[in-house]
Design a protein around this ligand. Structure first.
Ligand code: G3I
Length: 304
């Protein structure tokens, strides 16, 4: 096929992008979005600071804009993110203990209920493990409410929206390493104890310090073998030209080689839309022209 979304769909997968609500009125942006992608992730609009700016007072207008755009263009939606140590509103940062735990559960219940039936998969918990070799949980206010906070979050999300796939999402978990193995052990434990979890998201922010690991595909496969789906959730690859193009193809091929890899999402449309625009890490240049990386990703999808 001739677009990313249609080519991914021919393999039973989706091809998505992060979207910012305020850019939907930019016609260069929305033309590419509507032509190429069949999944969207709100880049910031579903985060805690955006959806519950003060306690128990919910604000969905920006996220709803993305959801209605997606629905009217037959795109699926990845919800991002229900519980995360970052981008918490100030009132959350000043809570602890039972009050924080209950606030988190109330947040998850309200947001997942608001979008019930509309979300393909939710990042229920984002970035809860520490970097480095400890394999430990990240220290955070949520972790301080008790080690069971992650499973409590997944149970609340399942109760609110039983149809959504529930994902754990993280970075620096793309290859087999101490951090990804800690996540792997958590997923294995959740499956053994019947804690609801359906998928694991691999952010895949790639640069020269953090290249595609040689065991990237094997790592996706070991999670799939636990009985969960896997998704590439925030893909961007620093660089340009042939090297960047080849790396995009490598990532696409890894997903296509894993039956339970549902699809890929790039973290923005044009290089200028990226959270790290200086790395020119996306598939379209600042003017919305297709880069070599685009053609390479498309060709890899069509070869699958
Ligand atoms: O909305 C405010 C605006 O009111 C204010 O005037 C402006 C001034 O700085 O800031 C705006 O908020 C910014 C927000 O993006 C919306 O543009 C924040 O400062 C900025 O920190 C925030 O950055 C986002 C970042 O997450 C925050 O952690 C990026 O756009 C977003 O791409 C990035 O995405 C994360 C994923 O959620 C999780 N994985 C890593 C990934 C990259 O960091």
């Amino acid at each position: 096929a001739t677009t990313l979304g249609a080519s991914a769909a021919a393999t039973g997968r989706y091809f998505g992008t992060a979207v910012a609500a305020y850019k939907l009125s930019d016609s260069v942006y929305s033309t590419i979005l509507d032509r190429e992608f069949n999944m969207v992730t709100p880049e910031n609009e579903m985060k805690w600071d955006a959806t519950e700016p003060s306690q128990n007072s919910f604000s969905y207008s920006s996220a709803d804009q993305i959801v209605s755009h997606a629905q009217s263009h037959n795109m699926r939606i990845r919800g991002h993110a229900l519980a995360w140590h970052s981008q918490q509103p100030g009132w959350v940062q000043s809570l602890s203990g039972t009050a924080l735990r209950n606030a988190m559960l109330n947040h998850i219940t309200n947001v997942a209920t608001h979008y019930k039936g509309k979300i393909y998969s939710w990042d229920v918990v984002n970035e809860a493990f520490a970097d480095g070799t400890s394999g430990a949980r990240r220290s955070s206010n949520l972790q301080n409410t008790g080690n069971d906070w992650i499973e409590a979050a997944f149970k609340a999300a399942r109760a609110a929206d039983p149809a959504a796939k529930l994902c754990y999402n993280d970075y620096n978990t793309d290859g087999v390493n101490a951090k990804s193995t800690a996540v792997y052990n958590m997923v294995k434990d959740f499956k053994a104890r019947g804690v609801p979890i359906d998928c694991v998201g691999f952010q895949s922010h790639i640069n020269s310090a953090s290249p595609v690991p040689s065991d990237y595909q094997a790592n996706l496969q070991r999670f799939a073998d636990l009985g969960v789906d896997v998704q590439i959730t925030e893909l961007d690859i620093a660089g340009s030209g042939t090297a960047q193009a080849n790396t995009y193809a490598t990532v696409v091929r890894a997903c296509l080689a894993v039956a339970r890899c549902n699809g890929l999402t790039v973290w923005g449309i044009r290089d200028s839309d990226s959270w790290r625009s200086g790395d020119t890490p996306l598939l379209f240049d600042n003017n919305g022209n297709k880069k070599a990386a685009y053609t390479s990703a498309l060709d890899a999808l069509n070869a699958g």
